[in-house]
Design a protein around this ligand. Structure first.
Ligand code: PRP
Length: 170
């Protein structure tokens, strides 16, 4: 059973707003956009098309897993092949949940000495946060519900929906 939380028109409007804000903030600068696979692919595809500054697009695939401490660990499954030293990096994520993935990824990327790193996440689920992560650009804040669509999956399925749907029970 699925209910639509954000339909495709609302999503597109919000993504265009984000695009305008980011374009304004980075006006005159080149952005190195890092898209986190797989979940952010659809959001990134829409957002990047609305950006007006010079944009370089890179893709990264990471997975997080619980380590022996509560902050977890991140495994890089696919790294970027670009030196971000002195570059303005913008990470595109589909959802921030516990924050562990981004918290650990930031540690890794800051060691590469970029000029700046900001995060843009389509969704934010603050009630689930375990570690603080500063997310500058957020599409929508949601409650603690399980959502699919617009790139997000349940067991790798349903990423293709152009809207965001809530999964309720089984
Ligand atoms: C999801 C999502 C984020 C992460 C958020 O990725 O894309 O990267 O979990 O969770 P956190 O804030 O608790 O760390 P997932 O592992 O489902 O991979 P996917 O992007 O390939 O779907």
């Amino acid at each position: 059973m699925k209910n639509i939380l954000f339909n495709k028109d609302i999503i597109q409007r919000r993504v265009q707003e984000l695009g305008r804000q980011i374009s304004f903030d980075y006006s005159g600068h080149e952005i190195c956009v890092i898209v986190l696979l797989k979940g952010a692919f659809m959001f990134a595809s829409d957002l990047i098309r609305s950006l007006t500054p010079k944009v370089r697009v890179e893709f990264m695939k990471i997975s997080s897993y619980a380590g022996q401490n509560s902050t977890g660990l991140v495994k890089i499954d696919q790294d970027i092949d670009y030196d971000i030293h002195n570059r303005h990096v913008l990470i595109l994520e589909d959802i921030v949940d516990t924050g562990l993935t981004l918290h650990n990824l930031l540690d890794i990327l800051y060691k590469r000495n970029p000029a700046s790193i900001e995060i843009c996440s389509f969704l934010d689920k603050p009630s689930r946060r375990e570690v603080h992560v500063s997310v500058k650009y957020i599409g929508f804040v949601i409650e603690n519900v399980f959502v699919v669509g617009y790139g997000m999956d349940y067991n790798q399925m349903w990423r293709q929906y152009p809207d965001i749907q809530i999964i309720e029970g089984d």
